[in-house]
Design a protein around this ligand. Structure first.
Ligand SMILES: NC(=O)C1=CN([C@@H]2O[C@H](COP(=O)(O)OP(=O)(O)OC[C@H]3O[C@@H](n4cnc5c(N)ncnc54)[C@H](O)[C@@H]3O)[C@@H](O)[C@H]2O)C=CC1
Ligand SMILES: CC(=O)C(=O)O
Ligand SMILES: [K+]
Ligand SMILES: [Mn+2]
Length: 354
């Protein structure tokens, strides 16, 4: 029996509702497999934890995460209790940085049964590779003076190392997919970092002659996600551009409630982290209507990452069939609540294994 240790951080808002329910699905999968057990170490780190302790996670928290095989996170942020920059930098972004999860991958695809707001979604299927360690998400800068004279300076950081490894990851991924990489740039407006990004992109592209490449300014690219999403295969973007593009990718799928993300550690020193693209959704907390699919799809990515691709595929099949049968939460135009979706998926998994 192989034992997989998973750090579980439900976090805030709907993360606290969705994460425990989705663990039941993971347990069902483990049961079906028969040769694996998932052992959860669940942490209460959240904005409520912060109010009690003055920090988002304890000082030995990172060391505890490091001892596990993967991190499974819901969402972080409750701006009514703690300013977002404090909560996210104290937990989510801290883990991404300190576990060296340098790449964030976020697939988006047309799903049968999910009504895309696009008139012609054309079966789009792309994946955004987002730089996850620097860029516009930077602590370099500061604020001086106040009132009329107030100044805020925020410096974006682009290193060759991180830029190159992100772009290279995108090319490697494209080799296993449809063979096209699109780079998100803005070198017409951002005159230092983006021309640098473009140069590195070109250098890497030269070493993958079989891959089709293109560079789009982020504004035009955002529009193309709407007008011709089927065109894209792998899209590579800086931290902020990737963040924005993936909410858009989620929206054209039909709801941010279904979009998954994986924060990948490439050097094997620390665990990777799996979370949905969405945040804590303060507007729907406590109603039981949060869509669990984003969390479950990220669980599929975690299973694939841990080498349980069969279980990942089985879960994805159950997700798609459940949606196809109209068992959907309200954000997808259905009337099911979160638990009904979970129960239906578990029922399907049990059927497959018979
Ligand atoms: N990775 C993370 O943990 C992230 C955290 N946040 C944090 O979450 C908090 C709320 O941020 P927002 O900008 O409102 O983004 P959000 O993603 O939490 O919500 C945006 C909209 O999508 C809806 N939504 C999100 N997930 C859903 C689901 N599973 N099912 C149904 N509807 C869903 C919400 O109800 C809301 O109307 C903030 O504190 C923010 O900083 C935001 C994005 C990512
Ligand atoms: C913070 C946030 O919105 C994200 O990383 O997706
Ligand atoms: K999240
Ligand atoms: Mn985001």
């Amino acid at each position: 029996m192989s034992k997989i240790k998973i750090s579980v951080i439900p976090g805030d808002g709907i993360g606290q509702e969705v994460v425990p329910e989705t663990l039941k699905v993971l347990d069902t999968l483990a049961e079906i497999h028969g040769g694996v057990s998932f052992q959860y170490e669940t942490h209460p780190w959240s904005c409520e934890y912060y109010l009690e302790h003055g920090i988002m996670m304890p000082t030995d928290g990172m060391a505890r995460l490091h001892q596990t095989d993967a991190i499974y996170l819901g969402a972080v942020g409750n701006p009514k209790l703690v300013p977002d920059h404090v909560s996210l930098w104290g937990l989510l972004i801290k883990i991404r940085r300190e576990c060296e999860q340098v790449i964030n991958i976020r697939p988006a695809q047309y799903i049968e049964g999910v009504t895309s707001p696009l008139a012609e979604p054309n079966n789009f299927d792309f994946i955004v590779v987002r730089e996850n360690s620097e860029g516009e998400y930077s602590e370099v800068g500061g604020r001086i003076h106040s009132g009329e004279d107030a100044i805020a300076i925020q410096n974006a950081v682009f290193t060759r190392k991180a830029t190159e490894r992100t772009i290279r990851y995108a090319f490697e991924l494209a080799q296993k997919r449809k063979g096209r990489v699109t780079s998100a740039t803005k070198s017409n407006g951002i005159v230092h970092s983006m021309p640098f990004w473009d140069e590195v992109f070109q250098e890497v592209a030269n070493t993958y002659p079989e891959i089709e490449t293109e560079s789009n300014h982020i504004d035009a690219l955002a529009a193309f996600f709407v007008s011709k999403p089927q065109h894209f295969d792998v899209v590579v973007a800086s931290n902020l551009f990737g963040d924005i593009l993936t909410d858009l990718g989620a929206a054209i799928m039909g709801s941010i409630g279904i979009a998954p993300a994986a924060n990948i550690n490439l050097n094997g020193k620390y665990p990777s982290m799996f979370e949905p693209v969405h945040g804590s959704a303060p507007d729907i907390i406590g109603k039981g209507i949060a869509n669990p699919i984003g969390q479950l799809w990220t669980a599929k990515m975690m299973l694939d990452h841990l080498g349980f691709e069969e279980l990942g595929s089985m879960l994805f099949r159950a997700i798609k069939e459940t949606i196809g049968e109209g068992i959907k939460t309200r954000d997808l135009g259905g009337s099911a609540n979160m638990k009904e979706v979970i129960d239906h998926i578990i029922g399907k998994l049990r059927l497959y294994s018979k």
